[in-house]
Design a protein around this ligand. Structure first.
Ligand SMILES: Cc1cc2nc3c(=O)[nH]c(=O)nc-3n(C[C@H](O)[C@H](O)[C@H](O)COP(=O)(O)OP(=O)(O)OC[C@H]3O[C@@H](n4cnc5c(N)ncnc54)[C@H](O)[C@@H]3O)c2cc1C
Length: 441
């Protein structure tokens, strides 16, 4: 396995489960900085379920933590997940990959739980208090316990208990192949220099190119070379480069990425302790203006989980790459009574060239607050084409024998935008598939 985030560690656990005798995880970061973007994530898991009762075995104590939890959660059948994915990607999601993701989402989250990933209701991410009740954003109501920090730590414990060897400070730099084109291992660089690590199969789970300014400029264009990185500094496109060097077929939107509004003074890379707390995601309750005082985005276009992942890039493209979110005191403590953020309420502006489509109200109650924000990149959307076994496909449209990819490296699922909580489940779905098939390779 190359990488030690959610996707590669899911692949490692799956490979062991399917009988792989020896699994080695190669991780570029030191042990202290391990965990990739997974560590920085909110740990939110979006998956399909027909009834809130389907969640009971995953979060058996939810009713104790959040009284009325099961009664408050709406069903999120596969069709709803499909519609959300299609809507936010403007119909461009790869239909075959989307079916694999959606169809296997619940089963894979259950599998994660069986491996030992403990889950909890995602109160601070998904729940909004309306009057006396908590309302949940359908499909994205559960997260790993202690968010990404917990998820990453649990995965390391799980794979170590399964006898997987994790080598830190070890960068994969090149794939090796035999004369028939079968992948036979990787060349790595570690404290002792360059050497070869042979393997019957290689699973690439080493992220996108979000932390590589040159690739950001190359594929995403201006002003992405200046973007702050929300997560790890190590996802620099190495796996994509290595695979394409041996003929892998790129797939998906190489000009696109996930990016969110973050505090304008956030550090250039993710902070291990703050993780995703630099996010500034309450824009729909106020107005968003650029440094010239002009609005540039319909703050009420949709619920936060369906707009936040494209808004970072929109902000970054405004003058100076900075904007201000302005609120009045009616929305502190979230909202005043007549205002329900859990439905698209149709309270829209009239006569503005750029409307605010929902949750529009006057800013008329001081004191007013403004937060300076910029766009932070989360992960790149362009990746490799994989098939239903997570095998990497070549430019000749045949699988590369012995090579698999998962996580952010899988191209095609996300375009322009993304439904919150999908990245980790996608990583686990394709990681699990990659590990299982690699074990049988
Ligand atoms: C702040 C933040 C919040 C997020 N919140 C959520 C959320 O709540 N829910 C959700 O679904 N998604 C969320 N995401 C997205 C999600 O975290 C990622 O999509 C997911 O973690 C990616 O998993 P991965 O295993 O593909 O990559 P990563 O977790 O990034 O792991 C890749 C690993 O590969 C290693 N690596 C890179 N190059 C090499 C090399 N050459 N050799 C060896 N190792 C290498 C890296 O060091 C890293 O450890 C969030 C992301 C961020 C940054």
């Amino acid at each position: 396995m190359v990488g030690a985030g959610n996707a590669a560690l899911a692949a490692a656990a799956s490979a062991r489960e399917q009988g792989a005798r020896r699994v080695v995880v190669l991780e570029k970061a030191t042990r202290e900085l391990r965990g990739g973007n997974t560590h920085y994530s909110g740990g939110l898991l979006r998956f399909a379920y027909d009834s809130s009762e389907d969640l009971r075995s995953l979060v058996p104590d939810a009713d104790k933590q959040v009284p009325g939890f099961y009664a408050g959660v709406e069903p999120y059948p596969r069709e709803a997940f499909r519609k959300d994915l299609l809507r936010v990607t403007e119909g461009r999601t790869d239909p075959e990959l989307a079916e694999i993701l959606i169809g296997r989402s619940q089963d894979t989250v259950r599998w994660m739980a069986r491996q030992g990933i403990v889950m909890e209701p995602a109160v601070s991410l998904s729940a909004v208090r309306v009057g006396d009740i908590l309302k949940w954003s359908p499909g994205a109501v559960i997260r790993a316990r202690h968010e990404g920090v917990g998820l990453s730590a649990m995965w390391f414990d799980i794979v170590e208990a399964l006898g997987v060897e994790v080598r830190y400070d070890t960068s994969a730099v090149r794939l090796t192949q035999d004369a028939r084109g079968r992948v036979t291992g990787v060349v790595v660089r570690d404290g002792e220099g360059f050497h070869e690590v042979p393997g019957k199969a290689v699973v690439l789970g080493c992220g996108g190119f979000e932390a590589n300014p040159e690739w950001r400029a190359r594929y995403l264009g201006r002003p992405w070379d200046h973007a702050k990185v929300r997560g790890t500094r190590y996802n620099t496109g190495d796996g994509l480069r290595m695979a394409m060097e041996i003929g892998a077929l790129p797939h998906g939107q190489w000009t696109g990425c996930h990016s969110t509004p973050i505090d304008a003074s956030a550090p250039p890379h993710g902070d291990r302790k703050l993780t995703d707390k630099t996010n500034r995601l309450s824009y729909m309750y106020g107005v968003l203006v650029n440094v010239r005082g002009r609005r540039f985005f319909d703050e009420g276009e949709d619920f936060q989980f369906y707009t936040y992942a494209k808004l970072g890039g929109i902000i970054l493209n405004e003058p100076s790459g900075v904007a201000h979110q302005i609120f009045d005191s009616k929305v502190t403590g979230l909202l005043e009574g007549r205002f329900d953020p859990t439905i698209r309420d149709g309270l829209r502006t009239k006569g503005l060239e750029l409307p605010k489509s929902n949750w529009a109200q006057r800013l008329d109650t001081p004191p007013f607050m403004a937060y300076p924000v910029t766009g932070g990149i989360t992960f790149s959307f362009g990746g490799l084409r994989v098939n239903e076994r997570a095998q990497v496909i070549t430019t000749s449209w045949t699988p590369v024998p012995g090579l698999y990819a998962c996580g952010e490296m899988v191209g095609g699922l996300f375009h322009t935008n993304y439904p919150g909580g999908t990245g980790l489940v996608s990583g686990a779905v394709f990681g699990r598939l990659a590990g299982a098939h690699a074990a049988g390779a």
